[in-house]
Write a protein that binds this ligand. Structure first.
Ligand SMILES: [Mg+2]
Length: 398
C-alpha cells in the first residue's frame, strides 16, 4: 500500500487508544509516532437486502423473483427490506406494502422472521470480531469496523474487507458490501458504491476528490429540506460547499453549518464506538410549508407511523419498545417532546401525544417526529424493572 502523507488536512484525529506502537515511539507520550499521524482504516460492512437474502438462502425458489419482507398490504404493513428484483419496480424499505403491491402485482411479501435474522447477524458479527474488537453495529446487518490496528494481511484493510466478504458469503450464505476509507462518513458512502456484493476503497489521498464530487444530499444529516435550501443557495456538490465561509453557513444552518463544511472536506473524526447502544428509534420530517393546525399535523401521523414501523423492523427493535414519543418543532423553533409508556407505536397513541404537545404552544409546526424509546441494552434486552407493567401500556395516553 502506498505510504500515507505525513500530514494531511484530511487525516482525522486519532481517537483510538491505547495502541501498540508499530514503528517509532514518541519519547514524551510513549505513543507511536506513526499511529498518531497516520490515517485510520475504517470498514463499513452492509449486508445486501439482508432479511430478503436470508429468506432466499433458506428457500432458493424465492430467488430471481421480486421478494419483500414486511407487513401485510391489507393491514397497515410496510416493507422492511426487498430484493433487487423488487427494487427494479421502485419498491423500497419503509414503503407501504399496499403501494408496493400496486407497483409490482407479482411481489411476494413474506413476514419477518426476526429470530432467524438475529442468528445470522450473530454469526456475521462473530466473523468481524476475529479481525477487530472495535465494531460498532448500526443494525443487525450493518457495522463499522476499525481495523487500523488489525495485523492480518500485512495490515491491508482492503484485503481484510475482501476476506470478510468471502467468509460471510461462504459461512452465512448472504453477501456483504463493504466500503473502506479513513473515516466513518466516507466508508459508509463507499459501501453503497458497488452494491450489491461489491466493495469500494477510498484511500486517504483519494478522499478529497471522492468527496468533492458528491452531491450534498449524500452528507450525513442533510435531508430533503436542507438539500433544497442548499440548492437554492447554488450548492449542489461538496465542491460547491467548500467555497463558502463558515460564518455564512452558520447564518443559514446554525451549528450544522460547521459540520457541513467539515464533511464537504471529507473530515469526520467520530470514533468507532463498540459500546454504542441504541436507545431509541425515530423518524422525523421537516415540512417545506408549516403545518398550520392540529388537524394538519394529525394528518401526517399515519405516514410517520408507517415509516417508524419500517425503521423499527430494520433495527430489529420491536421487542424492546417501552415508550412512545412525539416531537414537535414549532414555527418559532421552540421544541417540545411528549412521551408515554407503550410497547407498540399505534396511530391513536401517537395522535394523543400530538394533541398534548400541540396544546403547549398551539402554533404552526415546522417539524414533526415520532419515535420509540427502547429498554436498556436493546438488542440483547433485559426487562426494564422500572417500567410500568406492559399490560397498562399499549394505548396509554399519559
Ligand atoms: Mg443492508
Amino acid at each position: 500500500m502506498k505510504p500515507a502523507p505525513v500530514t494531511s488536512a484530511l487525516t482525522s484525529a486519532r481517537t483510538v487508544s491505547p495502541r501498540t506502537p508499530d514503528t517509532a515511539t514518541d519519547s514524551l507520550s510513549g505513543r507511536s509516532v506513526a499511529s498518531a499521524i497516520s490515517p485510520r482504516k475504517i470498514i463499513h460492512c452492509d449486508c445486501d437486502c439482508f432479511y430478503a437474502s436470508v429468506e432466499m438462502r433458506d428457500d432458493p425458489s424465492l430467488r430471481g423473483r421480486p421478494l419483500a419482507v414486511g407487513g401485510r398490504p391489507d393491514s397497515r404493513g410496510v416493507i422492511a427490506t426487498c430484493n433487487y428484483e423488487a427494487r427494479r419496480f421502485g419498491i423500497h424499505s419503509a414503503m407501504s406494502s399496499a403501494l408496493a403491491v400496486r407497483k409490482c402485482p407479482d411481489l411476494l411479501i413474506v413476514p419477518p422472521a426476526m429470530d432467524k435474522y438475529r442468528a445470522a447477524s450473530r454469526q456475521i458479527m462473530a466473523i468481524y470480531r476475529e479481525y477487530t474488537e472495535l465494531i460498532e453495529p448500526l443494525s443487525l446487518d450493518e457495522a463499522y469496523l476499525d481495523v487500523t490496528d488489525a495485523t492480518h494481511h500485512q495490515r491491508s484493510a482492503t484485503s481484510i474487507a475482501a476476506e470478510i466478504r468471502a467468509r460471510v458469503a461462504a459461512t452465512v450464505g448472504v453477501t456483504v458490501s463493504a466500503g473502506v476509507a479513513p473515516n466513518k462518513f466516507v466508508a459508509k458512502i463507499a459501501s453503497d458504491w458497488n452494491k450489491p456484493d461489491g466493495m469500494f476503497i477510498v484511500k486517504p489521498h483519494q478522499v478529497d476528490a471522492f468527496v468533492a464530487a458528491l452531491p450534498v444530499s449524500k452528507l450525513f444529516g442533510v435531508g430533503r429540506v436542507t438539500a433544497a435550501k442548499l440548492e437554492q443557495l447554488g450548492v449542489r456538490t461538496c465542491a460547491d460547499l467548500r467555497d463558502w465561509e463558515a460564518v455564512e453557513l452558520h447564518r443559514h444552518f446554525g451549528v450544522f453549518g460547521q459540520r457541513l463544511l467539515e464533511l464537504s472536506r471529507g473530515i469526520d473524526s467520530r470514533p468507532v464506538r463498540p459500546d454504542r447502544e441504541r436507545k431509541s428509534v425515530s423518524v422525523e420530517t421537516t415540512y417545506p410549508i408549516d403545518l398550520r393546525t392540529l388537524a394538519d399535523c394529525a394528518a401526517e401521523i399515519p405516514t410517520l407511523a408507517a415509516q417508524l414501523d419500517g425503521r423499527i423492523a430494520r433495527a430489529g427493535a420491536a421487542a424492546q419498545i417501552r415508550k412512545l414519543f412525539v416531537k414537535i418543532r414549532f414555527a418559532d423553533f421552540q421544541r417540545t417532546t411528549v412521551e408515554c409508556m407503550a410497547v407498540t407505536p399505534t396511530v391513536p397513541a401517537l395522535l394523543a401525544l400530538l394533541e398534548k404537545g400541540w396544546a403547549r404552544r398551539a402554533q404552526p409546526a415546522r417539524l414533526l417526529g415520532v419515535g420509540v424509546r427502547l429498554v436498556d441494552g436493546a438488542g440483547d434486552a433485559q426487562p426494564d424493572l422500572f417500567a410500568q407493567p406492559i399490560e397498562d401500556a399499549p394505548h396509554a395516553t399519559c
